[in-house]
Design a binder for this molecule. Structure first.
Ligand code: ADP
Ligand code: G6P
Length: 489
């Protein structure tokens, strides 16, 4: 296996698998959480590329290895103190809340910033080690914003793309960051910078303009028509590339799958309507707000506990951070309270599971659900909404979706709501429940329209359009960016 000489390298804080240790001390690789991994895994498999990232546990440095699907995984070691200062600290207690419009207050800590710089440098060393001459390196997300700049200094031969998987805030919020100039400089090391939405790209262009850089053109979707000129003469492209899922993998239901779906429904007591939530347990996701809306609808009798059941699957996330601990307590308290008030023995009205489920089981949950509740206060895209839609090729079901999820731009046939307004969530949920019974033709049309959108705008389109634009911005003949119309198309 060649460790050097990779023509296509993706670098993200996380590898697609975590090294986990069981109670008996045995170690295994298990899928790692989050939408970034969901989206990038099929892209890497199509390119047979190399993925540089952290194996999900402090102080572990396993040897590089190739997955069954042919992806070369190159682990990067983070020490316990990197984990605290770089990952929990700067990435998830500074940048995450700042970029999600201050849902909680970010902490600005100089030691965390030092760790962030140091870890970005380490990732750059690792990438420089595995990338072939003239290779394409695709840097992912907020944890690695300095990497493009460092890598360009080390390896000017590389074509470098950067994609941000979370929202990019308005310049007025971003300027809180004490290290704003360095951060923007780091990102500008890329040849092409991608965001989910044009609005995010506009925020970045405005920021660059305010920092005195020359900005030309307007941000568009799946194209690169906006450019930033840097003092040395280099030009950086900026565009919107809405991420998606491997839609085909979700939608195919065999007879065996359909039997599993029917069994799941039976296991839940065959309620008339099943409402589903699927999230990482994160304060941005608005899980408590949807439980509150559900509780109030039961309280007023608008929903009947004999007829409806809510299933909430919540993957553990960033569990040592205070805001995550508080969110978990609030959610679990609400689940207990709602069940205490409205359940019959043996028939809970809320089913709650605080762990991830395998993808094939998750598909069955999506298919089983009549209504999907996706209520984030702010979300870059939200792939859960697209996964649910992909599982409803028959037009069944309804999606309740926050206006503040990036997915709302594409899935505007959903029942949109404002999660900051409980009445709005209640209204959207009740409208969806009623429409399924009273206006089945309309709900079917709405779901089929969204299904068509998701199927025709899948993750392959995302990667092809980004990598195609990366070739164009790097221009000319020096680029080795994978051909978007080549073997992966
Ligand atoms: P984020 O990236 O913020 O976690 P997304 O909705 O974009 O949010 O992506 C979440 C991904 O994690 C989806 O692919 C979804 O299927 C997966 N996921 C979320 N919760 C669970 C769960 N409880 N079990 C299995 N997969 C989950
Ligand atoms: C979001 C972020 C990813 C991150 C994922 C899971 O999708 O955009 O970068 O990997 O959440 O979060 P975690 O902190 O567990 O990596």
């Amino acid at each position: 296996m060649s460790e050097r000489g990779n023509d296509f390298v993706v670098v993200a804080n996380r590898l697609p698998v975590d090294l986990t240790t069981a109670a008996d001390g045995s170690q295994a690789w298990t899928p790692s959480p989050g939408g970034l991994v969901t989206a990038l895994s099929p892209v890497l498999e199509a390119h047979q590329g190399c993925w540089v990232g952290w194996p999900g546990v402090a102080d572990a440095a396993p040897e590089p290895f190739r997955t069954e699907a042919g992806v070369l995984l190159h682990p990067v070691r983070l020490s316990e103190s990197d984990f605290e200062a770089f990952y929990e600290g700067f990435s998830n207690a500074t940048l995450w809340p700042l970029y999600h419009d201050l849902i909680v207050t970010p902490t600005y800590d100089r030691d965390w910033w030092d760790a962030y710089r140091e870890v970005n440098l380490r990732f750059a060393d690792e990438v420089a080690h595995v990338a072939a001459e003239g290779a394409t390196v695709w840097v992912q997300d907020y944890q690695l914003q300095l990497l493009p700049g460092i890598l360009r200094q080390m390896r000017p031969d590389l074509t470098i793309g950067f994609f941000l998987h979370i929202p990019f805030p308005s310049p007025d919020l971003f300027r809180q960051l004490p290290w704003r100039e360095e951060t923007v400089r780091g990102i500008l090391g890329a040849d092409l910078i991608g965001f989910h939405l044009e609005a995010n790209a506009r925020n970045f262009l405005e920021l660059a303009h305010r920092q005195g850089l020359e900005v030309r053109g307007e941000a568009t979707t799946r194209d690169v028509t906006a450019h930033i000129s840097l003092p040395g003469g280099r030009t950086v492209g900026v565009g919107a590339f809405p991420i998606s899922i491997a839609a085909q993998d979700f939608g195919q239901f065999s007879d065996e799958d359909k039997r599993r779906v029917a069994q799941l429904r039976k296991d839940l007591g065959s309620p008339k309507r099943i409402i589903l939530g699927v999230d990482r347990l994160d304060y941005t996701k608005g899980i408590l707000q949807r439980l509150t809306a559900f509780e109030e609808l039961l309280e007023t009798g608008a929903l009947d506990p004999e007829e409806v059941t809510l299933v909430q699957l919540a993957t553990p996330s960033r569990e040592r951070l205070d805001h995550y601990k508080a969110t978990r307590s609030q959610v679990e308290e609400a689940v207990g309270r709602i069940n205490g008030r409205f359940s019959r023995m043996g028939h809970p009205v809320v089913h709650y599971q605080h762990r991830g489920v395998p993808k094939d089981v998750l598909r069955c949950y999506y298919r089983m659900a009549d209504i999907m509740l996706v209520t984030p206060f702010k979300d870059g895209m939200n792939l859960v909404a697209k996964e649910f839609v992909a599982c409803h090729d028959d037009g069944s079901g309804a999606l309740v979706l926050s206006e503040f999820a990036g997915a709302a731009t594409e899935l505007d046939e959903a029942y949109l709501c404002n999660p900051f307004d409980i009445e709005s969530v209640k209204r959207a949920l009740l409208n969806a429940v009623r429409a399924l019974s009273d206006a089945p033709f309309t709900t079917t049309q709405r779901m089929l329209t969204m299904h068509e959108q998701v199927m025709s705008h899948d993750v392959r389109l995302w990667s092809q359009s980004f990598l195609g634009c990366l070739r164009i911005t790097r221009t000319g003949t020096t680029s080795h960016a994978p051909d978007p119309h080549g073997k992966d198309s």
